[in-house]
Design a protein around this ligand. Sequence first.
Ligand SMILES: O=C(CO)COP(=O)(O)O
Length: 254
Amino acid sequence: MRKNLVAGNWKMNLTYQDGLALVSEITHMVADEVSGANVEVVICPPFPLLHSVGRLLTEGGRIHLGAQNCHQQDSGAFTGEVSARLLQSVGVEYVILGHSERRQYFHEDDALLSQKLKAVLAAGLKPIFCVGETLETREAGETFSHLGKQLKDGLFHLSNEEFDQVTIAYEPIWAIGTGKTATSAQAQEVHAFIREQIARAYDAEAAQNTTILYGGSANAQNARELFSQPDVDGGLIGGAALKSRDFTEIIKSF
Ligand SMILES: O=C(CO)COP(=O)(O)O
């Protein structure tokens, strides 16, 4: 049985103080309201918050710590960068890779992402690998060929054992931060396609076991409908993860 997962991507938001206040509200709400739910929760704050947020999460129990990026090398003269090994040593379990904002603003391509994936896996961490199409690509009818290529070039070079550690996030770029969500039918169609590609690249069991998240203006109002789709196993949440009540309601949508 694959796991359901809700991950909050805080992006470059909040101060240290605001972040700690938010995570403490979330841990309390989750502890009070979400006890039996069949869902794993991950919070991905910016780097300077990881250690302190991780400590609050450990005290609070059941929420896991994620990072938003890492460098592909283990250590060395890479000013301003953070390695997967360092992330692991502060208690990080998940790392988001290939987010469209990293691909767009930091020119991360499939070759670089392949190296980052290897580094994350070598450090014993679990990648959340993002794919998604622009509005232009969707309107040109090229969504599936685009996603197929991102999966093949960025991800499917992994061995079966490595791939077992991967969570995939489908984030249509036109839905990120726009308030425009994919319909549940659009999300389901793409998630089923992704699962089919996994079955082809690996096998049916790997396809069934892979958690595939939806991201792009998911919120407390639409999460239940999205998560009710057979191939949607949770969400990678941006804006709504910055509000404790909304994030908790999304977690409760399973
Ligand atoms: O990019 C996202 C999560 O990684 C989605 O962001 P929003 O939920 O703000 O649209």
